[in-house]
Design a protein around this ligand. Structure first.
Ligand SMILES: [Ca+2]
Ligand SMILES: [Ca+2]
Length: 579
């Protein structure tokens, strides 16, 4: 099964995840509809099913009867009350209730509440669709084969179970057509298959706006997508995904193409992998997305595997990878063959019981620009765990106050890390408070500032063993414990050590036993916090311009003549002093 005790071992996937997309779309043809003037037909629980339902004073009783009387373009106006029916819509119609709280379309726990046939367009507004129950089938609340628009609708307490898991997808809504959900709620639905709230099937298109997907459950042993399981095209704008549960991908599983903007994932709990959002063999674009308090054994906030994800203006806060004896990637697990590109992303207070409090990057590629890690924790890699041939590229990144047994800020093991304009401040560990670099790893640090990192066993700022580590224009300073460096480094010159443990070479213009006069970590401009240089700092204008990045960590163009001697030189460290 799926409980890797060795994080380097490639995890097997359950069949339902490995072969998706896997369902066959049903194709249903609509009957030709005659063109007639549109009318409003009325229903009420106190009405009677006779006549054409056109008189509001003598409404019909059921949707089913009114629909049988309707022509394409009609509106079925449903009054307050509960309608216990299994409704089939086979022509273009609007079903209009009084409000989601007062007009209730109820499946009576016997069969599907609503099916929309293919080739037609249906609008459902201001009602609740609930209490559908299907056995060995999909779409207990709604099965859509056409074009369906839900506005101010609640889809809740529908159940799909029995038969094989794949036969029970989409308890709330199974979408096989085009679905648009606006100002609506999908909550408390439960599927034994995938997609407790919504299953968006192969070739389907689902768009959710201003809506909430909450407390849905995908309950099978290998079920995915407690809230939503997507096999095709999914777009979310201004959506809350909260309190959903599944073994895999409690909030949303994306197996197709997902575009999320202004989406919040809170408290989605997966018993196995992928707490908030999972991107699997898929492509996802996340903008203005927040992950808070989600949990799983791997990827508490997000799990990205064999997939491409672009995250911009995203926050991971208080997510955890600790369930089921697991513990990889409290915030983000960027897993085997995945590609993640992060810009303006913050990881704060995430935790993993084994590795990667902020990010677990294993056999994958992560490119980070303008990213902050603060207060994350793990056994290995409090901020970042980089392992298994992974490639991590960090530019304009701050790691502060993260903690671990090994590698408080970064644990780099059998992997490659490139750090440019990076600040590591106040991280702590037993070994390698700032960075633990080991087991054939390769790390390159250019214009990095390490300050105030501590390690009780050694390597307050940097601990490296059996690995390569090159430093240029880098400050290693002020480690409260463990000294600044432990293990063999390669200086590429123009570095500064506040002590003399890094093996620096004054002939290469390194400075040893020099106080860089760093100011406290603060918001000095740009997207990340930095340590400004005191005006008499020996870091000013003592870097090399060769290979110096074109800006500092804040985005300030450099080099700058910081000491007024007319010579324009890069400073040592992530911050360029402006006189
Ligand atoms: Ca300068
Ligand atoms: Ca100068």
């Amino acid at each position: 099964m799926l409980r890797p005790m060795n994080p380097s071992r490639r995890r097997a996937l359950p069949p339902a995840l490995a072969i998706m997309p896997f369902l066959v779309v049903l194709s249903l043809l609509a009957s030709p509809i005659p063109l007639l003037a549109a009318s409003t037909r009325y229903v009420s629980p106190s009405g009677a099913d006779s006549g054409n339902c056109l008189n509001s004073a003598t409404p019909c009783k059921t949707f089913t009867h009114a629909i049988s009387q309707a022509v394409a373009g009609d509106t079925i106006s449903a009054g307050v009350g509960t309608y216990t029916e299994n409704v089939m819509v086979d022509r273009n119609l609007t079903l209009q209730g009084a409000s989601a709280s007062s007009t209730i379309l109820d499946g009576g726990a016997a069969g599907r509440v609503l099916i929309v046939l293919g080739g037609i367009s249906v609008v459902v507004s201001e009602m609740t669709i609930q209490n559908g129950k299907v056995t060995g089938d999909v779409g207990a609340g709604i099965l859509n084969h056409g074009t369906l628009t839900l506005t101010r609708v609640t889809v809740s307490k529908n159940h799909a179970s029995g038969g094989t898991a794949a036969a029970n997808n989409g308890a709330g809504i199974y979408n096989a057509g085009t679905l648009t959900l606006t100002s609506s709620f999908v909550s408390r639905n439960q599927a034994a298959g995938n997609g407790g709230g919504i299953y968006n099937g192969p070739s389907a298109v689902a768009t959710l706006k201003d809506s909430t997907v909450s407390q849905n459950i995908a309950s099978g042993l290998e079920s995915n997508g407690g809230g939503i399981s997507n096999a095709a095209t999914l777009t979310l704008k201004n959506v809350m995904v909260t309190g959903n549960e599944a073994p895999f991908s409690a909030g949303i599983l994306n197996g197709g193409t997902a575009t999320l903007s202004n989406v919040t994932f809170t408290h989605n709990n997966a018993s196995l992998l992928g707490g908030g959002f999972t991107n699997l063999f898929a492509t996802a674009t996340l903008t203005d997305v927040t992950f808070i308090g989600n949990s799983a054994e791997l990827g508490g906030g997000m799990w990205n595997r064999e997939a491409t994800a672009t995250l911009t203006d995203v926050t991971f806060s208080g997510n955890a990878a600790s369930t089921s004896g697991g513990g990889w990637g409290g915030g983000l697990a960027n897993d085997i063959d995945a590609h993640a590109t992060l810009a303006r992303v913050t990881f704060s207070g995430n935790a993993a019981s084994i590795s990667g409090g902020g990010i677990y990057n294993d056999g994958a590629t992560a490119t980070l620009t303008d990213v902050t890690f603060t207060g994350n924790s793990a056994s290995s890699g409090g901020g970042i765990y980089n392992h298994g041939g992974a490639i991590a590229t960090l530019t304009n990144v701050t790691l502060a106050a993260n903690s671990a047994a090994n590698g408080g800020g970064i644990f780099n093991n059998q992997a490659s890390a490139t750090l440019t304009n990076v600040t590591l401040s106040g991280n702590s560990a037993l070994n390698g408070g700032g960075i633990e670099n080991s087991s054939g790893a390769s790390a390159t640090l250019t214009n990095v500032t390490l300050s105030g990192n501590s390690a009780s066993n050694g390597g307050g700022a940097i601990d490296t063993a059996g690995a390569t580590l090159g430093l240029k224009n880098t400050i290693v300073a002020d480690s409260p414990s463990g000294a600044n460096c432990s293990g063999p480094l390669t200086t590429q010159g123009h570095n500064l050590d506040s002590g003399d443990t890094c093996g620096f070479d004054t002939e290469l213009k390194d400075q040893i036993n020099v106080d860089p006069k760093l100011k406290s970590l603060a918001a000095n401009g740009g997207f990340t916090q930095t340590h400004a240089l005191g005006k008499s700092s020996a870091a000013i204008d003592n870097g090399t311009n060769s290979g110096c990045p074109a800006t500092d960590q804040r985005g300030v163009a450099r080099p700058i003549d910081g000491n007024g001697d007319g010579k324009v030189r890069c400073d040592v460290g992530a911050y360029e002093h402006q006189p």
